[in-house]
Write a new protein. Structure first.
Length: 114
């Protein structure tokens, strides 16, 4: 039996992305995640920031487990892969989904509003 718990303020993308990044015992020797996972985490980040969230890492850790540092690492990897821009100088939170991120998402059937 599966139980679904609705968390106020979550989106479908957040639930799917959180499942992709759930604590799974990964080690440095494990295969890397696919680009779609990091493109989705970039989209999730931009959705949270656009909704006014000032602490996306802590918010996701509270909602889905893990610690804020782990979520921060996921967002930084999304930036390194070119799916998320950096925040404006002097700010800790911010950034936009890049064209590359949008392309990866579109190729995998994820619609992104402009």
């Amino acid at each position: 039996m599966t139980t679904t718990v609705e968390i106020p303020g979550t989106t479908v993308n957040e639930v799917v992305t959180a499942a992709m990044f759930a604590e799974d015992g990964r080690t440095r020797d494990a295969p890397t995640r696919e680009d779609i996972a990091y493109a989705r985490v970039a989209l999730l980040y931009t959705e949270l920031v656009a909704s006014g969230c000032k602490t996306p890492c802590a918010t996701l850790a509270a909602r889905h487990g893990g610690n804020p540092g782990r979520w921060s690492n996921h967002f930084n990897t999304a930036r390194q892969r070119g799916f998320l821009t950096r925040p404006i100088a002097g700010r800790h939170v911010g950034g936009e989904l890049t064209e590359l991120g949008r392309e990866i998402l579109a190729e995998n059937g994820v619609e992104v509003a402009r």
